[in-house]
Design a protein around this ligand. Structure first.
Ligand SMILES: [Ca+2]
Length: 601
């Protein structure tokens, strides 16, 4: 076991004793931890060569490990949208990643898991990476979460003063000059990475070195508040790990990636302690990942384990993140719920992050939203060890490699995996496998070829026997989607959608790095005057402006009102209804002048 940091020991000491009611209102609490770009082989319980995950391995020993568990897409935004809606991107509209200037997000007519659980009496929070739209009502605070603390997209989609590891390396945020032209097209240097608490940017740029601690403290605060209110809670904890490592100074005896993996493992261990401190058996903790390793990051990418995607590698290109190879979407998955989920069990049921939505809805005694179909299903019998039967068919949408984004051109049928399209993802060596379309499809038998090395011979009896069943399953799936209520997301971009606490400072700095006071930015470009915060203890306020009256006209659970501030005059503040335990004042994030767009992360 790793040695816990002093802050975490103190935090745990405070929490033990605070939590008294085992299961509020007879409903279980839910904690869903979603790692970013985690490899199937990054979990020691999955892959013996991995030694950096003692806490996760403990979780596996005390709970159930799922070895055939899949993310719903192989890149960030679509995977997260599917987890929170139970529907594939081709239904919910989120087919590729949102940018920092994206106007849209997860379509507002899609219902999130948080919205369903909140209606069922749950206190809800999202902590960590969102990446489902941050502009207007796409912000998580409008998508069913009572509380939000985190970064609106990937932590490499903005500059920081102590940049984390990246390949290629990126410079820190510019300090003084307005000339912010990037020297590296893969680096975001124009806009500092923002950290939100609810609607307020509380830090910009984010201090990456304290991000883990801040997430942990936010999780502890939220759990405590939920307990104080005697409500069950749903915590969606979307980690920054393992997208690219955060820390600039890993222990000298460990590799950079290994050190980051240990950091994530320790964080998960502390969350488990938080859950246990509230009464063992009161909380279902579900750990998984959003997609496989980002191979173009080379030594900073995760471990595939046995999921080598050997056929694709022979063609060039990556068989991991962004692709429909197993390395792209088969992810570690653990469920921990003492007294409910069997310990020391490995399940071979074919499951998906799509199943989180219907399963938690069922366990909460709630009902699925009407007038739409779901790709996920209630897998609580598998969780409880009563069954090992999961999906018979699982669809794998294109996720940024070859083919149209979101289109389904790969699928599983039992142990068989069929590809209609391959190629298109960059490997560490810079190669991008050629986009190839396969009619008839490539078919692999994963039972004897988990490396996806040798497709079945088209002339073989096995291929001829399984192809009709795959074709039928594929046609039925496409027909089901074509006749469903589906949505299209708005992927348009506007510089005004960029989250920025101060348009007056280069790279949207809130303040000088050593300052801990709020500063009032008097904009000279005709925009509203805004209070820019660098100290979270100060109440966030937004100056009265045309924006305030416009905000009041929007349909939203947040009500905007004008109030008088002793020093700042007329102000536009927000009050969330009906959540009196929430902070009363919140600030709408501000806008940024035109800027150059960067590649999506
Ligand atoms: Ca990801």
């Amino acid at each position: 076991m790793g040695t816990p940091a002093p802050w975490s020991v103190l935090l745990l000491a405070v929490l033990v004793g605070l939590c008294t009611s085992p299961v509020a209102q007879g409903k279980p609490n839910f904690i869903v931890i979603l790692a970013d770009d985690l490899g199937w082989g990054d979990l020691g319980a999955n892959w013996a060569e991995t030694k950096e995950t003692p806490h996760l391995d403990e979780l596996a020993a005390e709970g159930t490990r799922f070895v055939d568990f899949h993310s719903a897409a192989s890149t960030c935004s679509p995977s997260r949208a599917s987890l929170l809606t139970g529907r594939l991107g081709v239904r919910n509209g989120v087919t590729h990643n949102f940018a920092i200037s994206s106007v849209g997000g997860l379509p507002l007519n899609e219902t999130t898991l948080a919205e369903v659980l909140r209606a069922a009496g749950y206190s809800t929070a999202a902590i960590g990476k969102w990446h489902l739209g941050h502009h207007g009502h796409h912000h998580p605070i409008f998508r069913g979460f009572d509380y939000y603390f985190g970064i609106p997209y990937s932590h490499d989609m903005g500059c920081t003063d102590t940049p984390g590891y990246n390949v290629p390396p990126c410079p820190p945020c510019p300090q003084h000059s307005a000339a912010t032209s990037p020297t590296n097209k893969d680096c975001y240097t124009d806009v500092a990475l923002p950290l939100f608490e609810n609607l307020t940017i509380i830090q910009q740029p984010v201090d990456l070195s304290s991000l883990v601690e801040q997430y942990m403290e936010a999780a502890a605060r939220f759990i405590q508040q939920a307990r104080d209110s005697s409500r069950p809670f749903f915590l969606y904890l979307a980690l920054a790990h393992m997208h690219v490592p955060l820390q600039i100074a890993p222990p000298p005896d460990r590799g950079i990636y290994g050190a980051a993996l240990r950091e994530m493992d320790a964080l998960v261990g502390h969350v488990k302690h938080l859950a246990d401190s509230c009464g063992k058996g009161s909380t279902l903790l579900w750990f998984t990942g959003d997609n496989g390793p980002w191979m173009q990051k080379c030594e900073l990418a995760g471990r595939l384990g046995p999921l080598l995607g050997a056929w694709q590698r022979a063609q060039g290109g990556s068989p991991a993140k962004q692709t429909t190879w197993e390395g792209g979407h088969r992810v570690p998955a653990l469920a921990y719920w003492p007294g409910h989920v069997p310990a020391k069990r490995s399940s071979h049921a074919m499951l998906s992050t799509l199943d989180v939505f219907p399963t938690l809805v069922a366990l909460a005694g709630a009902t699925l939203p009407p007038n739409r179909r779901f790709d996920g299903m209630d897998v609580s019998p598998v969780l409880f060890g009563l069954s090992d039967v999961g999906h018979k068919v699982l669809l794998h949408p294109n996720s940024g490699a070859a083919g149209k984004d979101g289109a389904v051109e790969a699928l599983r049928l039992a142990q068989y995996k069929a590809f209609y399209t391959t190629g298109g993802a960059k490997a560490c060596d810079g190669s991008i496998g050629p986009e190839e379309h396969h009619r008839p499809p490539l078919i692999f038998n994963l039972d004897r070829d988990i490396q996806e090395q040798e497709p079945l011979d088209v002339a073989s009896r096995e291929y001829q026997a399984v192809l009709p069943a795959i074709s039928r399953a594929y046609a039925q799936a496409l027909e089901d989607i074509a006749t469903d209520n589906t949505t299209v997301a708005d992927y348009s971009k506007d510089p005004a959608a960029v989250p920025c606490c101060s348009t007056q400072h280069v790279a949207c700095r809130c303040h000088a790095p050593t300052s801990h006071t709020a500063s009032l930015d008097q904009h000279t470009d005709g925009r509203a005057t805004r209070l820019c915060l660098s100290d979270r203890s100060l109440k966030p306020l937004l100056d009265e402006s045309p924006n305030c009256s416009a905000l009041r006209k929007q349909r939203s659970p947040v009500k905007f009102r004008t109030s008088k501030h002793p020093n700042q005059g007329s102000l536009c503040t927000t009050q969330r209804e009906p959540a009196p335990h929430q902070r009363a004042e919140q600030m709408q994030n501000t806008l940024l002048p035109a800027m150059e767009e960067k590649p999506e992360s």
